[in-house]
Design a protein around this ligand. Structure first.
Ligand code: HEM
Length: 179
């Protein structure tokens, strides 16, 4: 997992819960990195999972809800760092339908070692989209947060239904209807 996800995550934890919480979740995890991350580095996903688990235990907030809030913050980071990728789109449905064959393709060019999910489009109309998310990392709620923010970015809203196709969350169906 790319370092930018760790640095931004820990910044957000510090903003919301203070430096003590950052310290607490780092020291209670077994981290090869020892909790020292750079934005351009690459680290084990298991480190993120441990940090999330400990934050969840300490706050009583589920990992899915933490990922949702984190993704909403991360969208602003993406907007600042990759404005040209977002500028290619005028419509949220078009943008989300293009994650797989444009946005994440570009991400892979920038970071060849990025570990990205797949989003297969099953059905698309002007105002709706059905996609299957697949990833061993089961970060579907991170995806949901980015989707919510994508609609907000275009001054739109949508109903998004998340249906697990596998219990472990590694395969999830998103049914998106723009309002
Ligand atoms: C992961 C970039 C838009 C869904 C990532 C990662 C990067 C990235 C750098 C981390 C890869 C790693 O750690 O190895 C971008 C950029 C975007 C964008 C630059 C737009 C400018 C989106 C959108 C979605 C999305 C709109 C909406 C669903 C995800 C998910 C992951 C991810 C779910 C987590 C990894 C996983 O589930 O396996 N993206 N992304 N991304 N991205 Fe995107």
């Amino acid at each position: 997992m790319k370092g930018i996800l760790f640095t931004e995550f820990l910044d957000l934890v510090e903003d919301k819960y203070g430096l003590e919480m950052v310290d607490k979740i780092i020291t209670s995890s077994k981290l090869e990195s020892e909790g020292v991350y750079t934005a351009v580095g690459t680290y084990e996903f298991s480190e993120m999972l441990q940090l999330l688990q400990h934050l969840s235990t300490n706050t009583g907030i589920s990992i899915d809800d933490l990922l949702l809030v984190y993704a909403e913050h991360f969208f602003d980071v993406l907007k600042q760092n990759y404005p040209e990728l977002l500028a290619a789109y005028k419509d949220p449905v078009e943008m989300l339908a293009s994650i797989e064959n444009h946005i994440h393709v570009e991400v892979k060019k920038i970071y060849p070692d990025a570990e990205l999910p797949t989003f297969d489009v099953l059905k698309k109309t002007k105002k709706s989209l059905v996609m299957i998310y697949k990833s061993s990392r089961a970060m579907h709620h991170f995806g949901l947060g980015l989707m919510n923010k994508t609609f907000e970015h275009f001054n739109a809203t949508a109903d998004i239904v998340v249906e697990k196709l596998r219990d472990d969350g590694t395969e999830v169906k998103f049914v998106i209807n723009k309002n």
